[in-house]
Write a protein that binds this ligand. Structure first.
Ligand code: ZN
Length: 285
């Protein structure tokens, strides 16, 4: 009887624990404080109860990158917190195959500064910045007159003004990542990336923000959150989250958590939390 009860308890435990998605965070080189931000990313993703999170850390700059070869195929989704030296060709190919065959990818903040020379990666992120990006890397993408407008004018890719709190404006309120959110919501003090450029193909826009000339911005609505399709793979691109202060923003947290789930499965099961920001008030944790 005891054994039978134990067996029933085991069955109940198995049933209660929904299968978790294996998620890999990549870091190791970045012009940002990845040693501080990766633990926050890991905690926020684990908090959802949806993911089992591993971290793969590359050797430091100048190290032997040839040893960096994570087994991407073991994961449903990869979150990049990496902005550094090129990965070895075999690792790049494995990552391309992973996404192309249906793997999820989350490009977090400066991950879109990485790998200007890697064609497939730039297709995945659609837009990137810095690292000598110019018109050779693709057009600028702005939100004008209710749609994305590509602009081929010459100039550097990637810029941000003074860090400040700013409002996100949703451009798709029906997408699984944004569903139920207020049409506008405030984000905590962060960099507002502008003037990114890249192949800009297969972008599905979720949110923009006005880059105010008063904070040294462009005067345009810039693309802040979007998804990209690459083969069978789903990519969620968030330009937000410069540092741990920006990551306290509930809007950042929820879009990261939902974006990772969507990239992993194409669906979002997470309810909107009660402390989600409003059009006028920032919410931080
Ligand atoms: Zn930054």
């Amino acid at each position: 009887m005891v054994r039978f009860t134990a067996f029933l308890l085991l069955l109940a435990a198995v049933a209660a624990a929904a299968p978790k998605h294996k998620l890999l965070i990549i870091d190791g080189q970045n012009n940002h404080a990845w040693q501080q931000t990766t633990p926050v990313l890991k905690r926020l993703l684990e908090e959802t109860g949806l993911f089992v999170v591993d971290v793969a850390t590359t050797p430091p700059k100048g190290g032997d990158l040839s040893v960096f070869k994570p087994d991407f195929a073991r994961y449903r989704v990869v979150v990049s917190n990496y902005n550094g030296e090129p990965w070895p060709p075999k690792t790049k190919l494995a990552f391309e195959k992973f996404v192309e065959s249906g793997g999820g990818f989350v490009s977090y903040h400066a991950a879109d500064n990485a790998f200007p020379e890697w064609t497939a990666y730039n297709r995945m992120i659609a837009l990137g910045g810095w690292a000598q990006r110019t018109e050779k890397d693709g057009p600028y993408a702005k939100f004008r007159d209710g749609r994305i407008v590509l602009d081929n004018k010459p100039g550097p890719g990637g810029h941000h003004g003074k860090r400040h709190q700013f409002q996100l404006v949703l451009r798709d309120t029906a997408h699984p990542i944004t569903k139920g959110m207020p049409a506008q919501w405030m984000h905590n003090t962060d960099e507002l990336y502008d003037s990114l450029r890249g192949p800009a193909q297969d972008i599905h826009l979720l949110a923009t923000a006005f880059s105010d000339p008063a904070t040294n911005g462009t005067g345009d609505h810039e693309l802040i959150l979007f998804t990209v399709k690459y083969g069978k793979g789903r990519i969620f691109h968030t330009t937000l989250g410069h540092d741990v202060e920006a990551m306290r923003s509930v809007g950042f947290i929820v879009t990261l958590q939902r974006g990772a789930e969507w990239a992993a499965t194409g669906k979002v099961t997470q309810k909107l939390p009660a402390d989600f920001p409003t059009a006028t008030a920032v919410s931080v944790r």
